[in-house]
Design a protein around this ligand. Structure first.
Ligand SMILES: Nc1ncnc2c1ncn2[C@@H]1O[C@H](COP(=O)(O)OP(=O)(O)OP(=O)(O)O)[C@@H](O)[C@H]1O
Ligand SMILES: [Mg+2]
Length: 697
């Protein structure tokens, strides 16, 4: 019968372990409350066991308190052990009898062994093994039986004889069973917690995560993965993988699944996916297989990164690099070409002056001059695209600038096309060269006119926009900030995607030969870039096009644009000009032009020669006219050098484009005079006179 009683005691122990797990889930053992509750539970269970003890002799009882107190100490530590000890001790004293004192005394070493074992085994870090629990159970009960020998009245040996064998057989086994239940429950709850944490990571990750069964049906997809395909997660669960791929991609998918089954994983792969709306996109995927204990595939897992945004950024970067290098090329060509044009134009003008209008050669010279002028306009556009165009920005209200142009624009687009003007009131100011706004509008309006066959409408609109990161993420070239908008909208033929992709490249045109050079939008692009703005294009074939230019808001107020003074007839020159230019033909030409105006010219082909000439010259030098880029010393340094000896001397720089020496990113330094090559004799005369007649510099 003793075995039956002991087994009944043990069932109490097993149910205690289950309740302990329940408490641990709600009041974890890491909290003081949790530990005290566990102490109370183990103590309480021991007390209940003591109410149905095995009575070995009058006043000598045996029960499962040793196992309960020792396990309470092992799994829940000193506070739980203390509570259990106090409860069982008090209860034993209350029950009384000959064995009461020993019964109380036995509790303490048993709890002590539990605490020692806890320190050694650290059951929270690692579940104790079966042998460890067995040795622990043996130790507890050996000590307990040893203490029974000290039973008063010499009952000890007979008690030990009576229960020694069953206790040593059953109680260590009970310790293993209860210990296993306790640690399994704890580690299962830890695993459950970890699982929830990982699930949260995957549910909220900004990359896609997906699990399929071995047949390829989706059993888990995270929000990011579902979003990228245009679905809700619940809509995808249970669906076959094939819903995410169209016919052409299925073979690739099947190959990957096969690779997973045979090799266990596939490395980073770009895989084409299909959205709900049928559009396709690329995902960067990595996959692996999860196998069961026998090694058979249980499911497939994969992570996926949506490449849409990085592909867009990549193509933007490629486009920007292409534009940059085309810009450098165009700028370089335009610069050298400008020098040649200056010579052609200048000499043609000189020749025209010496030939009578009735002379047969006069007409030919006129044609040469016209062609050279057209070429000059062309190189100007290239320079604008390459952002080498000299500019003098002014703070202005775009509405006023556009209004000043409307009349000219109406003439430009013709009578069949209506021009609507929709300004937004109280526009922020911008800091732009007004002539550049003219260039932008003229180009966009001419393009709009050309896109309209027959009757149509062009609308010019202004507005303000504050762009945030979210807008910029979805619009190529956009940067966050406050911008003034200038939009030109037409209801013309619109553009296909291929045209839109090449729009801003110089010499890209869809117009017939002779009708368009393909420099209009390249110019607009260069101007907008030079002013730190960007362009947004929206076009649909057959529906029309809108070009929206964003120019950065100028922090400050508008200054009225001073109207340029009416041109005065140019006075003939009497002053002396020191001319420095390293290109011999340009030097000779400019010299002739100036001398014909009546100026005395000291011509130097190097900066050194210019300094020498200046120092040797007897009398005043009124103006230094110098090329900006020359070997040995640049124009600005030459001017500085001469300024110490000739403080009153005016300075005029000439160049094919504005080098950074006198202009930062094309913006001329304050008070610097500049004439862009090529120039006509008349333009030169105007400029030289204007500089000479300006107040002291
Ligand atoms: N508003 C528009 N509607 C339809 N297509 C346009 C529009 N604006 C530009 N395009 C297309 O972009 C191409 C390039 O325009 P761009 O202004 O750079 O050159 P172009 O007009 O052909 O020649 P250019 O301006 O040098 O005389 C045009 O040939 C046309 O195909
Ligand atoms: Mg054009």
């Amino acid at each position: 019968m003793i075995y039956v009683d002991l087994i009944l005691n043990l069932t109490l122990l097993v149910s205690l372990s289950v309740v302990s797990g329940f408490i641990d889930n709600r009041w974890p053992r890491s909290s003081r409350v949790g530990v005290l509750l566990q102490g109370g539970l183990f103590g309480g269970a021991a007390v209940i066991g003591m109410l149905r003890p095995l009575t070995l002799a009058p006043g000598v009882i045996f029960d499962g308190r040793s196992v309960m107190v020792s396990l309470g100490a092992l799994f829940f530590g000193p506070w739980a052990a203390a509570v259990a000890c106090v409860m069982t001790g008090a209860s034993r004293l209350w029950l009384g009898g000959a064995g009461a004192l020993i019964g109380v005394l036995v509790i303490v070493p048993v709890a002590g062994i539990g605490l020692l074992a806890r320190a050694r085994l650290n059951p929270e870090a690692q579940p104790p093994s079966t042998p460890q629990l067995y040795v622990f159970g043996l130790a507890v009960h050996v000590v307990m039986l040893a203490l029974l020998f000290t039973q008063p009245g010499g009952a000890g040996p007979s008690v030990v004889k009576q229960i020694g064998l069953p206790v040593m057989l059953l109680y260590p086994l009970a310790t293993i069973l209860a210990g296993k239940i306790l640690s399994d429950q704890f580690h299962a709850s830890l695993a459950d917690k970890a699982l929830r944490q990982f699930k949260t990571i995957f549910d909220t990750a900004n990359f896609g995560a997906v699990i399929t069964d071995v047949k390829g049906a989706l059993t888990y997809v995270n929000g990011c993965f579902a979003d990228a395909h245009g679905y809700q997660t619940a809509e995808l669960i249970g669906q076959p993988l094939s819903v995410l791929h169209n016919e052409g991609q299925r073979e690739h998918m099947e190959r990957l699944l096969h690779q997973l089954t045979t090799e266990g994983r596939f490395g980073v792969q770009e895989v084409e996916h299909c959205r709900r709306d049928g559009t396709t996109f690329q995902m960067l995927m990595t996959g692996s297989v999860v196998r069961d204990a026998s090694g058979a595939p249980q499911c497939f897992t994969a992570t996926a990164i949506d490449m849409t945004r990085s592909k867009a950024l990549e193509s933007q970067l490629r486009q920007a690099q292409k534009m940059e290098s085309v810009g450098r090329l165009a700028g370089g060509v335009a610069h050298d070409f400008n020098n040649m044009l200056a010579v052609i134009l200048g000499h043609t003008e000189l020749a025209l002056e010496s030939v009578d209008a009735t002379h047969p050669i006069h007409g030919d010279l006129e044609e040469i001059r016209k062609a050279a002028e057209r070429s000059t306009a062309l190189t100007r556009q290239l320079l604008a695209f390459a952002r080498k165009q000299p500019i003098a920005p002014k703070i202005l209200n775009l509405n006023e600038t556009v209004e000043g142009m409307l009349k000219m624009l109406r003439r430009l687009i013709g009578e069949d096309t209506a021009l609507a003007w929709e300004p937004e009131s109280c526009l922020w100011p911008v800091n732009v060269d007004p002539s550049q706004i003219d260039q932008i509008l003229a180009n966009l309006c001419v393009n709009a006119r050309d896109a309209i066959a027959g009757v149509g409408k062009v609308t010019i609109e202004t507005g303000m926009a504050t762009l945030d990161e979210a807008y910029c993420a979805s619009h190529a070239g956009a940067v966050p900030g406050d911008f003034v908008r200038l939009a030109v909208r037409d209801d013309g033929c619109g553009m296909d995607e291929a045209t839109q992709g090449n729009l801003f490249e110089p010499f890209f045109t869809t117009k017939q030969t002779g009708k368009g050079t393909g420099l209009g939008l390249a110019t607009v692009y260069g101007i907008v870039k030079q002013n730190n703005g960007f362009i947004d294009v929206h076009s649909e074939q057959g529906k029309g096009t809108t070009f929206t230019i964003y120019l950065p808001r100028h922090a400050g107020t508008t200054e009225p644009v001073r109207a340029s003074a009416p041109a005065k007839p140019v006075r003939p020159g009497v002053e002396t000009i020191l001319l420095a230019e390293d290109e011999p033909t340009m030097l000779a030409l400019t010299r002739t032009m100036l001398e014909r105006q009546g100026y005395t010219v000291l011509a130097a082909s190097t900066p050194g020669a210019a300094i020498r000439l200046a120092l040797e010259h007897y009398g005043k030098i009124h103006l230094l006219m110098t090329d900006v880029v020359m070997p040995g010393m640049n124009g600005r340094d030459l001017a500085r050098n001469l300024l110490s000896s000739f403080p009153d001397m005016k300075r005029l720089f000439m160049s094919g484009y504005t080098a950074d020496v006198i202009a930062k990113q094309g913006v001329l330094d304050e008070g610097v005079h500049f004439i862009q090559k090529p120039f006509s004799a008349a333009a030169l005369a105007d400029k030289v006179r204007a500089v000479l007649e300006e107040g002291p510099s």
